[in-house]
Design a protein around this ligand. Sequence first.
Ligand code: FES
Length: 174
Amino acid sequence: MQSLPLQELKQVIKIEDSSLDSQYHVLDLTIRQNRHRQDALIEVLHKAQEQFGYLEKDVLTYIARELKLPLSRVYGVATFYHLFSVQPKCKHTCSICLGTACYTKGGKALLDILMKELKLEAGKRSPNGKVFLRVERCIGNCGVAPAAIYDGHVSRQQSPAQVLATVKGWMEEP
Ligand code: FES
């Protein structure tokens, strides 16, 4: 199957920026190298994320079209795997563990204070785009419950005040 000529592609997804042109060229190359095979979806998503930084809807729509897959399927795969992001990456990520051990030792209070005081929502970026809040279901380190993970580093036995201070500090960074 032939891929869309770039001009048509631009009309479909309204690309105007020339840097986007080259990003789509690279993505297109990967799709062609994989002969538009549907089972190459993960590899194509990897390449798209590498090029664009995250998987925005236009990109997912383009991939779905090129691989002749339903957009819902492409979106489902992109949101299932943690290594893919459908939103622009944030500078910081705070993960709160709500597995059984962490939950019973106060993990929910860690989440609650971030939602209440900083208006963060689980699974979303902060309104200023600096922090992404994630909820985990046991990170396999129950001895340190309740645990929070700050930019990939596990912190043990966190209190709501500690979590709030850390994330608030991030939010107030210039
Ligand atoms: S429940 Fe939190 S680390 Fe296991």
